[in-house]
Ligand binder design. Structure first.
Ligand code: ZN
Ligand code: ZN
Ligand code: FE
Length: 759
């Protein structure tokens, strides 16, 4: 007789660990107990030595599908009591390393049951099982048990309870288990006719099939939906939402429909059908029948498959309505605000965009926007890391100790909690320019601290004095360190790659506050965990027009051309049609007197200006519009080696002014704009590679980060030209290169400070 005490660490909460363990015990005839202790699952296994070993092997080799086991610790127990069966015991509590499971998309088995007339959960909008369903978004605290989730308001009926307690069912120990008799219910919000359940779904489908807009409450928040094949419906939604051009994500009925509209690779198909179900940016086929208004002028489309049962029911139901197989599914929010999470938000913010609101009475505790994934070199390249991924931690090999909270940036905000060597980047909060965004940040930070059972002793925020995220950090009352924005970008790339040595950081980005009070954004810096030196930047220019400058690239272009071309600037601006309102003289006067102007090295603004000079986009209706259009133009014209007859790097700047001059002259001489767009990308990448080479001082590792590296053409060119020069290049993968990633960099910096006693 042998007894082992086995501790299983990792993602073991909410993935059916206990039932699987109980099944393994039944198979091997092991007696004992299994319990969820929060940070780990604890098992006492008793039986003949060979059987106990066999049981342990089964746990290692056949864990539940969704579990991610990091460590198994097994030790013999002396004087163990004699067990006479194998039992799952109720959750106790232990603090320590905690793994919170992200939400898991509906599994294939549940999908089959959902559409099986003979199943008792036929068409049940909340069907789930031990290996799928909501997790993070319904969680109050750990351990993950029904009473600590928003499912506690829905007592199980006898049938559900018998499945829940029976180790032989697919719903054994599944906390959100429910059915048509006992589960939450969908209904139409503020409906004079009071439609609920079946009637509510039929009503929503009817509105969609007639070209209307429906707000739908899903797992992590509301979406706005309409028929993605009807340009009228799409244009109406654009008008309602005041969103003229920003691409809409499309939810497609199944993978066959995705193949019909998009070009996919095996890896992409695996991810789009997988259990995380992010939005994937896929190239659109020429014969796609999606409404052109989905992503105007954009060769790709953001696509996802249904992940919540109610979404599947919008495509398929037994009401004989003729439904579209492609629905726009865009975040249900006012542009710039966090995604709506409850009925009150929906009433206040999105009711006016929608013909009806299909909601339900299961509460969402934590928002989780859809994750958005691009691809680079055949691998995932994350643009927004949220549902399905957050709050999976990053485990660093360096031994950190302590607890920190990093508040992130101002746009695309996420925060990150670091506990020892584990770092938990949060789900997406959104833009904090509005106080609602800040309130959402503060609330989510509080919730995650409870879930992770940690009390940070240090807060970290951006250097910018007026960011709402920095204000939230100040209000925490904790000691505070501030990290320069572009250095934080580089740190996030280092952290994602588990690299903590010295490197050259290339941080090409929108705008961030520099240590000298000017605006930075095209930076080459020597970085390690302790700090950075700014080695070089793009040529500073005058960013005129205040806030307008970030949307209206032509203003930047005019300002640059005044500096670059002197007296000829007026004629050139005229020929290029750059003055979109007012007169050249007016801008010249503003420029000369530095009215409403700041000195800037923002690479993002440089992209906007070039886009305007080449006549591709004069302004942006959403962040990155002009730069993205410039990239797609360039991708139409990929060339071999490109040369310039001037130096791309001067003493301590990248000669981006020379590149702009070169492009302007070529444009005036009638060169093709796509060839010039490519030329710009290439020369900028080469200037970066040359600058890194001349400043590397023996450092051989380079980290590429910042919002401009969402641009996969710039990424590929920079990486190749640096590798040609013998550098090892670190790039992002599942942490976004944009501001959604900087909280991780801040957290790592804070943790290092904490350990070095600098606080
Ligand atoms: Zn399932
Ligand atoms: Zn039930
Ligand atoms: Fe940034």
């Amino acid at each position: 007789m042998k007894t082992l005490r086995i501790k299983v660490y990792g993602i073991v909460q909410g993935v059916g660990m206990r039932p699987v363990v109980a099944r393994h015990a039944a198979r091997t005839g092991i007696k004992g107990t299994v319990a969820n202790l929060g940070p780990y699952v604890e098992i006492f296994a008793q039986g003949e030595a060979a059987k106990v070993d066999e049981f342990l092997r089964l746990i290692e080799e056949e864990p539940p599908k969704r579990a991610a086991i990091l460590k198994i610790d097994a030790r013999p127990v002396e004087d163990a009591p004699v067990y006479d069966d194998f039992e799952i015991i109720e959750s106790g509590k232990t603090s320590g390393e905690i793994f919170v499971s992200p939400d898991i998309a509906m599994c294939d088995e549940c999908r089959e049951e959902l559409f099986d007339k003979n199943n008792r959960r036929y068409l049940h909008p909340f069907i789930n099982c031990t290996c799928c369903g909501p997790r993070l978004t319904i969680l109050d605290s750990l351990p993950y048990d029904r009473e600590r989730t928003s499912m506690k308001e829905f007592p199980m009926c006898d049938k559900c309870a018998s499945e829940y307690y029976d180790p032989d069912t697919r719903r054994y120990d599944a906390q959100p288990v429910c059915c048509n008799d006992c589960g939450p219910e969908v209904f139409i919000l503020d409906d004079p006719e009071g439609r609920r359940g079946r009637d509510a779904i039929v009503h929503a489908r009817k509105i969609l099939s007639e070209g209307g807009v429906v707000a739908v409450k899903g797992i992590g928040g509301f979406h706005l939906a309409c028929d993605a094949k009807s340009d009228d419906a799409v244009m109406r939604l654009r008008q309602l939402k005041h969103r003229p051009a920003k691409p809409f994500a499309v939810m497609m009925r199944d993978i066959d429909i995705v193949r019909k509209h998009c070009i996919t690779t095996d890896v992409q198909e695996e991810i789009i059908t997988g259990h995380q179900k992010p939005i994937l940016l896929l190239p659109k086929k020429d014969d796609s029948t999606l409404a052109p208004g989905i992503a105007p002028g954009n060769p790709t489309v953001g696509v996802m498959l249904p992940y919540a049962p109610v979404q599947s029911l919008l495509f398929d139901y037994d009401d004989e309505l003729n439904m579209t197989d492609c629905l726009v599914m865009t975040s249900g929010n006012v542009s710039g605000l966090p995604i709506c999470r409850d009925d009150e938000d929906a009433r206040a913010e999105i009711a006016r965009f929608a013909d009806c609101i299909l909601t339900h009475n299961r509460k969402i505790r934590i928002r989780a926007d859809d994750s958005v994934m691009d691809f680079y070199d055949g691998k995932p390249y994350m643009i927004r890391r949220s549902r399905g991924y957050a709050p999976l931690p990053y485990m660093m090999t360096r031994s950190f100790e302590g607890s920190v909270i990093a508040y992130g940036g101002e746009l695309k905000n996420t925060f990150c909690i670091g506990v020892n060597n584990l770092f938990y980047p949060s789900s997406y909060i959104g833009d904090l320019t509005d106080l609602k965004g800040k309130a959402a940040l503060t609330e989510s930070v509080g919730r995650m601290q409870v879930l992770l059972e940690t009390r940070p002793s240090l807060a970290v925020c951006d250097l910018h004095p007026r960011y709402n995220s920095s204000e939230a950090a100040e209000e925490s009352g904790l000691p505070l360190v501030r990290v320069q924005h572009h250095y934080a970008h580089v740190l996030s790339c280092m952290a994602e790659n588990d690299f903590f040595g010295e490197c050259i950081g290339v941080s090409f980005d929108g705008t961030g506050y520099g240590t000298d009070g000017t605006i930075w954004g095209g930076e080459i810096m020597r970085c390690d965990l302790d700090g950075f030196d700014r080695l070089m930047s793009i040529r500073p220019f005058l960013q005129t027009g205040g806030d307008l400058a970030s949307r209206e690239g032509w203003r930047i272009a005019v300002s640059m051309l005044i500096d670059i071309c002197g007296d000829e600037a007026e004629g050139i601006c005229d020929k290029l049609g750059l003055i979109r309102n007012g007169t050249f003289k007016m801008y010249k006067a503003m420029h000369d007197d530095k009215v409403n102007s700041v000195v800037s090295t923002s690479a993002g603004r440089l992209f906007d200006a070039v886009s305007a000079i080449l006549g591709i986009r004069y302004e942006s209706t959403f962040e990155g519009e002009a730069a993205t259009a410039l990239m797609y133009k360039a991708m139409e014209h990929v060339q071999e080696e490109i040369t310039a007859d001037y130096d791309l790097v001067e003493v301590d700047v990248l000669a981006t002014d020379r590149i702009v001059k070169d492009l302007t002259e070529a444009r005036l001489a009638g060169s093709d704009e796509s060839a010039l767009a490519y030329r710009f990308h290439y020369l900028l990448a080469r200037a970066i590679a040359e600058a890194v080479s001349c400043k590397s001082n023996g450092i051989r590792t380079v980290a590429l980060s910042g919002g401009c590296y969402q641009n996969t053409l710039l990424l590929g060119l920079t990486k190749r030209l640096l590798e040609d020069r013998g550098f090892k290049v670190l790039i992002h993968s599942l942490i976004p290169p944009n501001d959604g990633g900087i909280s991780l960099g801040q957290a790592v910096y804070g943790m290092n400070k904490l350990m070095n006693g600098g606080i």
